[in-house]
Design a protein around this ligand. Structure first.
Ligand SMILES: [Zn+2]
Length: 375
């Protein structure tokens, strides 16, 4: 048994002052008012361990992560990436695309890495976005078979590439990869297996298709067109009216001397506008850093993503909920992650200062606990 005291406690919903958390057997046993504790964290804030809803442990954040996949030692690099998240206070990651289902079985103990919720290889078309991860399936029957295979392998979520993406030669973010029949089939099979379905969708049409097909989360949701960014107010209103959760792709760590391609950089101001439109409409959102895909997206990026959204105009309290309790719900672990409350897993993060008045506090972790074990 262990007791921790901190001046502030964010429980996943609200901020409280001066609380003592009792941890027993890897779980939170009690949260009580001021009193003595084994560990006094002083003026720190205690939060639930953070949840990054979109990472790629198989990508090493190098200039060409796709080429690195074939280099020996991939499992070791994935374990290292997982550890970087944990050290940053991210105690749960959702891996939305690996090779050979490797993220499902990295063999890390609780104090060695975050809990990993993995999709395995994303379902994509032949030659489509991320086809080199091994998830190619064309037509309704093949898509159904692909989802069933993932369920048999024990994935936690099914990821479908609804539109093309950036990292794949010959794939275009503004173009659809699948028609409504295949998308409905994917969602239908995922739900039949008790799994949430995540749609990678950049374009307005892709987002609208994903919403109609019943996907549980829409990743990116950036309303990218061929040459610009064009948010569609009708689709945004429909997203806000639906139970769908939008996973905002946020967070960048500038790398000195590294140029972000102009065609991406030029879209940033409008992409920030889309985020503000989604937020103003009341869309339920979480954050996916897409860690690993580029040097500006290192593993453990989530605290930077929080700053990014606050700078974009989001209220810090909404963002903190998005990376704890709301994220846990979207990842279907809401009964044991994302909150500091009796019965929940003792995944905890202590940071210097109060992240509600200064979100950069999240980048100053003082202690991380995973299932009650100090990391
Ligand atoms: Zn991704």
């Amino acid at each position: 048994m262990l007791t921790l005291r901190a001046r502030h406690l964010f429980d996943g919903h609200e901020l409280h002052e001066d609380r003592v958390v009792t941890v027993d057997g890897g779980r939170i046993a009690a949260v009580s008012g001021p009193g003595p504790a084994d560990v006094d964290l002083g003026a720190a804030t205690l939060l639930p361990g953070l949840i990054d809803c979109h990472v790629h442990l198989a990508f090493d954040a190098s200039p060409d992560p796709v080429a690195q996949l074939d280099r020996p030692g991939l499992a070791d690099r994935m374990r290292q990436a997982a550890r970087q998240h944990l050290l940053a206070g991210v105690t749960t990651v959702r891996d939305l695309g690996d090779r050979d289902y490797m993220a499902l079985d990295l063999g890390l103990g609780p104090a060695e890495g975050p809990e990993i919720l993995a999709a395995g290889p994303p379902v994509t078309t032949s030659g489509g976005h991320c086809w080199w991860l091994g998830g190619q399936a064309d037509g309704e029957a093949a898509v159904r078979a692909a989802v069933r295979e993932r369920a048999r392998k024990g994935v936690h979520v099914v990821k479908v590439m609804v539109t093309g993406g950036q990292m794949t030669e010959g794939s275009h973010p503004h173009l659809l990869q699948y028609g409504p029949a295949e998308l409905h089939a994917a969602v239908d099979e995922a739900h039949a297996a008790g799994l949430p379905a995540a749609a990678h969708a950049h374009s307005p049409q892709g987002i609208a298709h994903a919403l109609r097909a019943g996907f549980d989360t829409i990743e990116h949701c950036a309303f990218w067109t061929e040459h610009s960014v064009e948010p569609d107010p009708h689709t945004i209103a429909a997203l806000a009216d639906s139970p769908v959760v939008v996973s905002m792709t946020a967070g960048i760590v500038p790398v000195p001397g590294l140029e972000v391609p102009a065609k991406i950089r030029e879209r940033w101001p409008k992409t920030a506008g889309v985020m503000r439109d989604l937020y103003a409409a009341g869309v339920t959102f979480v954050i996916g850093s897409d860690a690993g895909i580029a040097p500006i997206k290192p593993h453990g990026l989530l605290p930077h993503a929080v700053r990014h959204l606050v700078d974009t105009g989001f209220h810090p309290l909404d963002v903190l909920r998005a990376i704890t309790s709301v994220a846990a719900g979207a990842c279907r672990v809401g009964t044991r992650k994302g909150r500091i409350a009796p019965g929940f897993d003792a995944d905890l993060l202590a940071v210097a200062g109060n992240p509600l008045s200064d979100v950069t506090a999240l980048r100053r972790p003082l202690a991380v606990y995973r299932m009650g074990l100090k990391v």
